[in-house]
Write a protein that binds this ligand. Structure first.
Ligand code: AHG
Ligand code: MN
Ligand code: MN
Length: 315
């Protein structure tokens, strides 16, 4: 029998509560995958003309993916608000302000790859609200550390569309099967190999890296015999790192002293997945999941990968 996303309901303490939201993520993923495939025919490639809160050029597909994701979260009936990389403020779902969960999302990750038909992704995490259900949810509900995350994951829009997720009981990968329109389990209990693999970083920034990072990376890549791969889309680079081993990093540099990647939309969900896959997720100072968020769009340096590879860079 085909094993689908419904399997999540049997996993861990929170699986059954998370399953309807994961199904919503799955529906959003199918719609976004279709949008990406057909964008060139619909005039949906290129800049949207606006900037997001971080001052980055929004692509039309960033905006459309954000709309799709929000709509699917609304349709679950279990989500009271969504924090999105593409929205300055928390988006409260007015029909369900008393629902128990909030979702944080980077709806389209790696959007600089869109012009070159390269892989992109969606990253998300799910937390339980802190405010009482008879109050309107607010930003304080989103400012929870990775230790409080109930579930997280990513969608990779590659040759196949994959949903990789965890409810805190290991990591599973589901691949979209267009023949039956379902996500079928394809990767059980994903674990990062603890040796070999690749280092993955935008090395063109190495002259600006802080804390002797360039020298540490040379040493780690020699002692651990790592190859090099960099796609420039965190989802694709992380997915390869989990499957092949090694380390993905986006360190602080002299212009981005707090790093580039966003704590709530990128670092925490990917840190959650990396730890659940038996790897390590660190900021260079503390584990990513121990960082107490202070703002929705906060950034943080990240080192995600096999223990030895991460340790060689942060010590
Ligand atoms: P986004 O497209 O959501 O803004 O994210 C881009 C991120 C991430 O996907 C990737 O790891 C990183 O930016 C690449 O940055 P550089 O182009 O500086 O290497
Ligand atoms: Mn991103
Ligand atoms: Mn994005």
């Amino acid at each position: 029998m085909t094993v689908t996303l419904n399997r999540i309901a049997q996993e861990g303490e929170h699986g059954s509560a998370m399953m309807p939201i994961m199904q919503g993520v799955g529906r959003a993923a199918i719609e976004i995958a279709y949008l990406l495939r057909s964008a060139v025919f619909r005039g949906a490639l290129g800049a949207a003309g606006g900037q997001n809160v971080q001052g980055e050029q929004q692509q039309k597909l960033d905006v459309l993916s954000d709309e799709i994701f929000l709509d699917e979260m609304r349709s679950t009936g279990h989500v009271c608000a969504v924090g999105s990389e593409e929205q300055e403020e928390l988006l409260v779902i007015e029909e369900y302000t008393s629902a128990p969960y909030l979702v944080l999302v980077d709806p389209l990750d790696g959007s600089s790859n869109l012009d070159v038909d390269g892989p992109v992704g969606t990253i998300f995490s799910i937390v339980k609200r802190k405010t009482p259900s008879d109050q309107r949810p607010d930003v304080s509900d989103t400012l929870q550390s990775g230790r409080e995350v109930l579930a997280a994951g990513y969608v990779l829009y590659g040759p196949a569309t994959m949903l990789v997720c965890s409810v805190g009981a290991g990591v599973s990968g589901y691949t979209y099967n267009a023949n039956n329109a379902r996500f079928e389990v394809s990767h059980l209990d994903m674990k990062i190999p603890q040796s070999g693999g690749y280092y993955s970083v935008n090395e063109s920034n190495s002259a600006q890296w802080l804390h002797g990072m360039a020298d540490k990376l040379v040493s780690v890549r020699h002692t651990q015999k790592l190859g090099m791969r960099y796609i420039g889309a965190m989802v694709a680079d992380m997915h390869r790192t989990i499957i092949k081993g090694g380390v993905f990093l986006y360190p602080a540099d002299s212009t981005n002293v707090t790093g580039k990647l966003r704590l709530l939309y990128e670092a925490i969900p990917m840190g959650f997945i990396m730890e659940q896959a038996g790897g390590k997720a660190h900021t260079g100072e503390i584990p990513v999941l121990d960082v107490q968020p202070e703002a929705l769009h906060q950034r943080v340096p990240v080192y995600l990968g096999a223990h030895n590879a991460v340790d060689g860079l942060i010590n």
